[in-house]
Design a protein around this ligand. Structure first.
Ligand code: FUB
Ligand code: ZN
Length: 630
């Protein structure tokens, strides 16, 4: 077992500039207010009045939905978490007023015993905890608890924490293996993660114990969902119309410790696996940790898109068979990639290896960031790797708006995911311009990422201090260079990190230069969607070609393995990006007959690729990551 690391908390890391400061401020100044307006307009706030008359239904396509859906409380809670993390960085009275207003709504909606859920209390008050399989009660509770922890940490207030603790205490009373308790768990994992966060904040062991109970009970035969179904006199067997065993969708097809292949709904799987690592780490439970690593390998080796997206199928919002990674029909939900990021982050604390931090970076800069438009007010739910021009971000298009506030909470909390500390020293995972505080020592990081691989870290100390600093070497660089005050020191390379042990006197400048060549990527043979195709990456960014730069019919372009692409900085394009330009061929001319003996003609052209995250910001148009190979 490796040495345990702990994330350096958000409030000790200030993001000071560069790429992520821009995004963080866009979220803080624009996205959060936009999302609040949308949540209000759709009726999420009114839903907490628990008054059927205030609910507005809504037509979506041919379907009609009632307000106060089963997951609405979770969307508000994610927004609260995002807004709280923002308040931790910047006091903003206008935002704080909105936050306090939403909290008051939760306070008023909460029953004296601690229960709160707008859907159940409005539409079916007799159904509390009677349909854990479908109704998302503990999922909503989980997001509320997570929001409360962050709100308390950020503002010092107990208003939301009080609500969350009363609810969590009720759950501890009602769920578990003791006689008279409900031996069930939620169809959508999330509460497990939240209880751990509450445990870490309060030190109350019962929250950790309940989390472990939920993890171990899930998937045991007979499956609890069958029992509760019969108890509520629902005689219809559960037969969802999607791949895998019925309960794989809920991660209840098998006890987690026995699972070897990842099945089911991608977000549910990732949240559960992240909690498995948390509990495994806290309880030093090797079996849980080995399970998590085994399932991690399966996802990374057989189910991961080049962009860090996961969960290729819309039918189950999740996994199908190995290497089934279609491009245009990719589901790759933003929340699923966020879940992968959270899972990787937990694994990283348990075993310091860049295999986890590389994936965090990949998911963050590509699939996750693609989920939001450059205006901060438009969102993708699914993140395909190709488009015929019919996929555009929308301001708030969904009956189930899970992704936009999830993305906002991740980016607002980003400072808490950059570094770890432990007895072994300090580890820097992701390079972001920031200042990080440690007892007797501060790190001031300047980073050019994602467009330049040059990073500089200045060490400030109160007095000389002996410490190991471990710097991640990203998997996309071929020639990392590390210098201190211009000299190359002795370092130990281990699992993708350069460990540098010395006495730091203060004032040292560590330069980390990561060469960032343009690379072509090829998928293994089994991925039929990418067979005969190539993709471009540079540094952490995956690139794509768009109609806005290259005209329509992108499938006419062919790129040879030897094609040279070079990086061009474009301050005016797409908020300031580095584009790639290079040689390609274009099939020209039309065949006059349906089939012909003459091959299409090829002309040499210059092809322009943009970072994938920035696609679909210039009106509708085609897009491709995987281009045909010549
Ligand atoms: O069910 C709640 C959330 O809505 C899931 O995590 C997403 O996949 C979406 O279905
Ligand atoms: Zn989502």
């Amino acid at each position: 077992m490796d040495v345990t690391w702990f994330p350096v908390p958000r409030n000790r890391v200030q993001i000071l500039g560069g790429f992520w400061k821009q995004w963080r401020d866009l979220i803080g100044k624009t996205t959060l207010f936009h999302q609040f307006d949308e949540l209000k307009a759709e009726g999420h706030l009114d839903a907490l009045s628990l008054d059927q008359k205030l609910h507005r239904g809504r037509a979506v396509g041919n379907d009609w939905y009632w307000g106060a859906s089963i997951f609405w409380d979770s969307d508000l809670a994610k927004w609260l978490e995002a807004a709280s993390a923002r308040l931790e960085q910047e006091r903003d009275p206008a935002l704080e007023k909105l936050v306090d207003g939403v909290i008051e709504r939760f306070q008023r909606a909460q029953l004296p015993d601690g229960y709160v859920n707008s859907h159940i209390l409005t539409w079916r008050p007799q159904h509390r905890f009677k349909n854990l399989r479908d109704l998302h009660e503990l999922y909503c509770a989980g997001h509320l608890i997570e929001a409360a922890v962050v709100h308390h940490e950020a503002t010092g207030k107990d208003s939301l924490l009080g609500v969350a603790r009363r609810y969590a205490d009720l759950l501890c009373e009602r769920f578990g293996e003791d006689p008279g308790k409900i031996p069930g768990y939620c169809g959508h994992p999330e509460i497990e993660l939240a209880l751990i966060r509450l445990y870490r904040l309060t030190g109350e062991a019962r929250y950790l114990e309940l989390s472990r109970f939920f993890i171990d009970e899930r998937g045991r035969a007979p499956v609890y969902f069958d029992r509760e179904r019969i108890e509520r006199l629902d005689l219809r067997e559960f037969r969802p119309n999607h791949p895998g065993s019925p309960y794989a969708y809920m991660q209840a097809h098998q006890p987690i410790r026995e699972q070897t292949k990842v099945l089911g709904h991608a977000v549910r799987a990732m949240y559960l696996f992240a909690a498995v690592v948390d509990v495994g780490t806290l309880e030093r439970d090797e079996s849980l940790l080995n399970t998590a690593e085994r399932l991690w390998r399966d996802v990374i080796d057989t189910k991961l898109y080049l962009t860090g997206g996961i969960g290729s199928a819309s039918e189950n919002e999740g996994f199908t068979r190995d290497f089934d990674l279609p491009n245009e029909n990719a589901y790759a939900e933003t929340c699923a990639s966020i879940g992968l990021f959270l899972f990787a982050h937990r694994l990283l604390q348990n075993r310091l290896s860049s295999e986890f931090s590389d994936i965090m970076e990949l998911a963050l800069y590509n699939c996750i960031l693609s989920g939001i438009g450059l205006d901060g007010k438009s969102f993708f739910y699914d993140n395909p790797l190709a488009s015929a021009g019919n996929h555009s971000r929308l301001p708030w298009p969904w009956w189930c708006p899970c992704c936009p506030p999830n993305l906002a909470r991740l980016i607002s909390s980003l400072s808490g995911y950059l570094l770890s500390e432990g007895e072994a020293g300090i580890a820097i995972h992701n390079y972001v311009t920031c200042r990080a505080e440690f007892p007797g020592l501060r790190l001031v990081v300047k980073s050019g990422l994602p467009f330049s691989g040059e990073n500089e870290i200045t060490i400030e100390t109160d007095r000389p201090i002996e410490k190991t600093l471990a710097f991640r070497v990203p998997n996309w660089t071929n020639n990392p260079e590390l210098r201190i005050n211009g000299q190359t020191p002795n370092t130990e390379a281990k699992d993708g990190y350069l460990h540098l042990h010395r006495v730091w006197s203060g004032g040292e400048k560590v330069e980390l230069n990561f060469g960032m060549p343009v690379k072509q990527k090829f998928a293994r043979f089994e991925v039929d969607a990418d067979r005969g195709r190539t993709a471009l990456t540079r540094g952490p960014l995956v690139y794509c070609i768009e109609q806005a730069d290259n005209g329509p019919e992108l499938d006419r372009y062919l790129v040879s393995n030897a094609a040279k692409f070079h990086a061009v900085d474009q301050k005016e394009t797409l908020g300031g990006v580095t584009v790639l330009e290079g040689e390609a061929f274009r099939e020209t001319g039309e065949l006059s007959q349906l089939y012909s003996e003459s091959a299409p003609k090829l002309e040499s052209v210059t092809l322009r690729a943009i970072p994938y995250y920035a696609w679909a910001n210039r009106g509708p148009g085609e897009m491709q990551i995987w281009m045909r190979r010549h």
